[in-house]
Design a protein around this ligand. Sequence first.
Ligand SMILES: Cc1cc2nc3c(=O)[nH]c(=O)nc-3n(C[C@H](O)[C@H](O)[C@H](O)COP(=O)(O)OP(=O)(O)OC[C@H]3O[C@@H](n4cnc5c(N)ncnc54)[C@H](O)[C@@H]3O)c2cc1C
Length: 817
Amino acid sequence: MTDTAKFPSHAQIVIIGGGIIGCSTAYHLGQLGWSDVVLLETGKLTSGSTFHAAGLVGQLRSNANVTQLLKYSVELYARLEAETGQATGWKKSGCLRLACNDERMTDYKRQATMARSFGLEMDILNAKECQDLWPIMDGSDVVGGCFMPSDGQANPSDITQALAIGARKTGIKIVEDCEVSGVQITNGRASGISTIQGDITCDIVVNCAGQWAREVGALAGVNVPLISVQHQYMITEEIEGLPKDMPTIRDPDRLIYFKEEVGGLVAGVYEPNPIPWAIDGIPKGFNFTLLDSDWDHFEPAIEQCLERVPALTNVGIKDLVNGPESFTPDGNFILGEAPEVTGFYVGAGFNAFGIASGGGAGKALAEWIVGGESPMDLWPVDIRRFGPHQCDIGLVRERTLDLYAKHYTMPWPFEEHTSGRPLLTSQLYERLKDQGACFGEKMGWERPNWFAPDGVEPVDEYSFDRQNWFEHVGNEHKAIRERAGLFDQSSFAKFEMRGPDAEKALSWICANNVNKPVGSIIYTQMLNTRGGIECDLTVVRMMENLYYIVTGTGYRTHDFSWIKRTIPDDCDAQLVDITDQGFTLSLMGPRARDILAEVTDKDVSNDGFPFGACREIAIAGASVKAMRITYVGELGWELHGNKENALAVYDALMTAGKGHGIVNAGYRAIESLRLEKGYRAWAADIGSDYTPFEAGLGWAVKLKSNISFLGREAIVEKQNAPRPKQLTCFTVDDPAVVLLARETIFRNGERVGWLSSAGWGYTLEKNIGYGYVRNSEGVDRDFIMNASYELEVATKRIPCAVHMGPLYDPGMARIKN
Ligand SMILES: Cc1cc2nc3c(=O)[nH]c(=O)nc-3n(C[C@H](O)[C@H](O)[C@H](O)COP(=O)(O)OP(=O)(O)OC[C@H]3O[C@@H](n4cnc5c(N)ncnc54)[C@H](O)[C@@H]3O)c2cc1C
């Protein structure tokens, strides 16, 4: 089938890599009518990681859209044989997960609720039901489990070949034995590739090179943070009487998984001490190649397998497959257009679930390429979630191995990983550490999550109930509502838009009106062509031709890339990242004005310094941009300055604040404060799937002006149409209930959505959750308010109250109950 006779010199799209991801992307491009596509593969199709995959196909992930992709894989694999004539080995066997302790059961109950939120059936089983489903096991230590009937298994090579057949049928060319050795870039855009057989000019390059994707990315100056890790499974001889229709099984408390294969078992493991591979680079010609079986490393897994399936004692092991696979620092795969190079896309780093993801990931990548925008909110897998620190492969390796080892450990709420830390710290790090800060990590930055009082260890203790920090965060929360608190938010991403057309460019990119007088702060969204919220941030007009832009720590790469790419060609405006130059201290609470007044001689009265204003003031001899805004619903200022002045400003504020009862406070207090006030969080309550109207942010869109802006047409069209979903607030009084997000929303007994964010409101003394109520015929205020609601929490229905508008509003001096 190899078509090397006429090596093309031009194609619209070149895909690098003929594993399941490259072939799926090609297949779906073909389905979208794009046939001027060439797929190049160094060896033969499937000869990378794909040929040695075990072939389990699970679907549930902690994100709704990523789960939809995996769900689509299952639908595709079920029909691919009929469509292409190529057998795929697809078997809808279902997947059983075992629990050997109560905490694991709690996790499964939460997962079952999440699965149902996302439209997948998952049953909770008792120990006997597990045993009945998998009679060959010794279930004496099993307390229960969960079962997803629609999961399955497939033959990875056959699925890939079927996708390749489907792609060829639509006119796509596949060339094997052809390594890409160079990528050409013209004016920041991918424009071609080189091979020993010749060069191909093209508009788009797609890097689907599996564990080679980091090296292929480097050809274009694109960082693809992944490493190769050894991954082993054994194949047993036939086990007498083994039923062919048994579900696949995951046994996380023993770190192992099984699937039936030709009358025997395939059994794999996620070891606590994973072995990285190819630290100095992948050897040339590593195709259809396996690593030597590492029996010593696999030994503990064999013991676990024997205990779980005693019949294995009398069965031989046919093979111990040791294949390298690419893993990433957060356990999710990498998809999308690279921020460094326009027209260079990546689909790689599949963390041993590339077969499960293959169908959906290829479809999403094809649609991303064709549409020029992510087809839906895929933030957890978006390549722009990584930061500059992840160019350091040593760091990437350390965190990736940590995450691999935790593949089957308990996924605790609020879990922080300790590997590779501390890396990026603000000037206040040591000072805050001395005062009991318990740090979390975001984008490599150490950020105080909470402060331990004297005598308390600043260490998180994980559980599914209230955790050890609960009370201390409550005290920080109350201090900010009643007095004042100081947050170190120096990790905020900070940019400047400079140039004669800075205003013109931002007027096009921002949904809110940024053509405001110098000294104005504008809270704004930036929309995609569907009217979805791509960015949610603050823009400050510092001078006629200079804007200061502040966004969340985790969105640095994404937002910078979005803004830079949407600056109109005819605008003379430059975007510069100045994150590393500055500090941010947020002084919040009713006493914030009194404290600020003590450290500056500028007028900070309400008239002299109104909400939404930014002024340069001096604190402790340092020049500081004081921005009167808040994310916690209290009077306050964000103070931005040069990082060398951070300590002096901090000390001055803490000294002045002493008499006003100021406290240090952390990110967990910010979360509970903002939930009470109803401020939205991007990547949770808002994102590219939601319009400002659906999110309750229509007031921040300049539709009343005549200014054209990106996303305006879509928004105008949607403004008067029935809204398919609306962000809504729920509260649960029972303090024994713990809301963590993704709990299902029931309206009049029917599932209508799930919580996008949730937590405890210490002032309200209630659980608070936000989530979209969905209805294809439209959701309005009446639809929301004239109904009764319940939340499903870990499979249990809990009564809840529904609200629109903020629960807490200090301006109105009241709390809504
Ligand atoms: C032991 C093991 C068990 C697994 N079990 C499962 C499982 O049960 N379920 C599951 O979902 N996943 C499983 N996986 C993971 C799965 O195999 C991978 O996630 C998946 O195959 C990745 O596909 P890919 O297309 O990204 O990469 P690959 O299959 O590696 O394809 C990349 C291709 O790119 C080619 N290439 C590289 N550089 C170039 C270049 N410069 N020019 C041209 N071509 C190039 C390579 O030759 C290779 O063929 C398992 C993996 C291992 C190792």
